[in-house]
Design a protein around this ligand. Structure first.
Ligand code: SAM
Length: 301
């Protein structure tokens, strides 16, 4: 069955129900710029996951939940100050139309859905947060604009406020697209090769994603385990005088694994040493890390 993913006035962006009848995950995006999502969610893995019915995306135009001639969604801030603030009424009404009650009423009853307010004042979005959202049947993403959203939305409706980084964007739409993309990659079946999402940068909890056996010490797989990914190369084997590292072509899987792990450790040490403090490192990892640090010392870095 093909049906429109946009509520009320938005008929583009068709989605299908899955082969098993119900999508594993549904995103509901509340925005004053529904057309914004024509591009970002229409390519690659997200598009394929939609077409396969693994995810569904509903885009809800907040202006469709206004009742005045000008379809007003914003107003001046109480207390004075710069700019405009998104009004609460369209957001509350839109959630009611989706049969989502205020947070207090949902507490403990419906852990299957999460209401997220995109905000620079929120907790930081990380791969771990993407994992948590992926477990939900329905994730509602409320996109702010202007100076932000009337605080009663955070107080009464949102389960969590999420920021996609320590910077201020003009609106929550880019953040919502980022969250949909990152969570969709983790939906079983969304990636051609399920193992790739288990070995990517930041994938910290290797037990949950099946990289290592619960109860056993971490082994030095080449995959992330909370580090950055290792360097990748493809054809040609030599490009403008730059050869691909010999070890990747010798067919020795243990040497390749070790070289990749060393590459992941080196990159993490250089670009994100903070991740090393949290990563669970094996004995072999610590030995490789000591070698890298000694190399860097010798090179005077
Ligand atoms: N006055 C707010 C502040 O200083 O924290 C900034 C409001 S911002 C211009 C407008 C909207 O963009 C926010 O309500 C939020 O939905 C979205 N936004 C901006 N930066 C964001 C970020 N880093 N993460 C998530 N959403 C963001």
């Amino acid at each position: 069955m093909v049906r429109a993913g946009f509520s009320r006035r938005h008929k583009f962006f068709p989605t299908r129900t899955s082969r098993i009848g119900v999508a594993q995950m549904k995103f509901e995006i509340l925005t004053i710029f529904p057309d914004f999502f024509r591009g970002p969610l229409d390519y690659g893995i997200v598009r394929r996951a939609r077409e396969a019915g693994l995810i569904e995306i509903g885009i809800h135009d907040l202006r469709a939940f206004t009742h005045d001639r000008h379809r007003t969604v914003d107003d001046r801030p109480f207390g004075g100050g710069e700019g405009m603030v998104l009004k609460p009424e369209p957001i509350f009404e839109c959630l009611e139309s989706l049969h989502i009650a205020p947070r207090e009423e949902r507490m403990g009853e419906d852990a299957r859905q999460t209401v997220v307010l995109l905000s620079p004042q929120g907790e930081l979005f990380t791969q771990a947060v993407a994992q948590q959202l992926m477990g939900r049947e329905r994730v509602v993403l409320i996109c702010g604009r202007y100076e932000g959203v009337d605080e009663r939305v955070s107080e009464q409706l949102a389960d969590r406020e999420i920021s996609i980084g320590d910077f201020v964007l003009s609106g929550g739409e880019l953040g919502a697209a980022i969250i949909v993309d990152a969570a969709t990659r983790l939906v079983p079946g969304a990636l051609g090769n399920a193992a790739s999402s288990q070995q990517e940068s930041f994938t910290a909890n290797a037990v949950e994603v099946g990289v290592r056996v619960a109860g056993e010490p971490p082994s030095s797989t080449c995959g992330s385990g909370g580090l950055l990914d290792y360097p990748h190369y493809t054809r040609p084997a030599e490009f403008r005088g730059m050869p691909v590292p010999e070890v990747l072509m010798n067919g020795n899987h243990d040497e390749i694994r070790k070289w990749r792990r060393r590459g992941a450790l080196r990159k993490t040490l250089r670009n994100r040493p903070d991740l090393l403090r949290q990563a669970e490192l094996s004995k072999e990892d610590r030995k490789l890390l000591a070698e890298i640090e000694a190399e860097q010392e010798r090179a005077g870095r």
